[in-house]
Write a protein that binds this ligand. Sequence first.
Ligand SMILES: NC(=O)c1ccc[n+]([C@@H]2O[C@H](COP(=O)([O-])OP(=O)(O)OC[C@H]3O[C@@H](n4cnc5c(N)ncnc54)[C@H](O)[C@@H]3O)[C@@H](O)[C@H]2O)c1
Length: 265
Amino acid sequence: MKRLLITGAAGGLGRAMRPRLKGLAETLRLSDIAGLGRAEPHEEIVPCDLGDANAVHKLVEGCDGILHLGGISVEDKFSKILNANLLGLYNLYEAARAHEKPRVLFASSNHTVGFYRQDQHIDVTAPMRPDGLYGVSKCFGEALARLYFEKFGQETALVRIGSCMEKPKNHRMLSTWMSYDDFLSLIACVFRAPMLGCPIIWGISDNDSRWWDNAHAAYLGWRPRDNAERFRAELDAQLERPAPDAALSRYQGGQFTEDPIFPET
Ligand SMILES: NC(=O)c1ccc[n+]([C@@H]2O[C@H](COP(=O)([O-])OP(=O)(O)OC[C@H]3O[C@@H](n4cnc5c(N)ncnc54)[C@H](O)[C@@H]3O)[C@@H](O)[C@H]2O)c1
């Protein structure tokens, strides 16, 4: 790739992936509404609010891949989710359509299915069961991406990220964790695959206690190598196991299932 756009590059995942993605494209175009520091020689910085259609059109022009991490990443007021995750996504797909349909990796979420119980093992054919407005916005994003694929042939990997961080922070994450290395190899597979389509992919490492099955996406050749199990003893020593009827041990979405709908005022 000549130019890979990374939205949300100032966020937790963006900051972690930024140095790791050097080499996947000649130029990384980094974007966010938050500060991104100084550009390295292989980087360019283009601040942009995803809710601003004209700015998003300029942002996407000249890119041949988009790693879309930008947006609201937890439960929040609907107006904020509306701007970044719904309007922002529409702007991104319209811009992509106008500029040669660069392949997209959309950071979707396990919160599209948060109300499944942890003793249920599901694949991508399971109906969505979002656990909040944030989860609903990711369902919207997946549906929008699918529409642009069916109608215009726009390819997107819909990656339902579990918990992508240095290491799992609680017992639920022994199932949902994805290491940065595994995310990096997934990103490389998505952008290098000869044919992508519009698959849903569970963004998790090869965890012993996983709930989700990626067999349908084997054609991408992605082989996650990490396994959260190696952190179990450490977590057991540090944290009390949550009660069996607590949201954290009951639902796949964990604590998000108990978030309120935040009032606008
Ligand atoms: N980190 C995880 O484990 C995880 C799990 C599931 C899904 N995801 C998804 O992955 C993506 C990245 O996650 P993260 O943990 O880095 O989140 P984050 O909140 O740390 O980063 C998101 C970034 O998006 C930017 N942003 C917000 N509104 C914007 C707007 N209107 N215009 C432009 N930029 C805007 C923020 O400034 C922020 O830097 C998010 O879309 C999130 O929903 C992450």
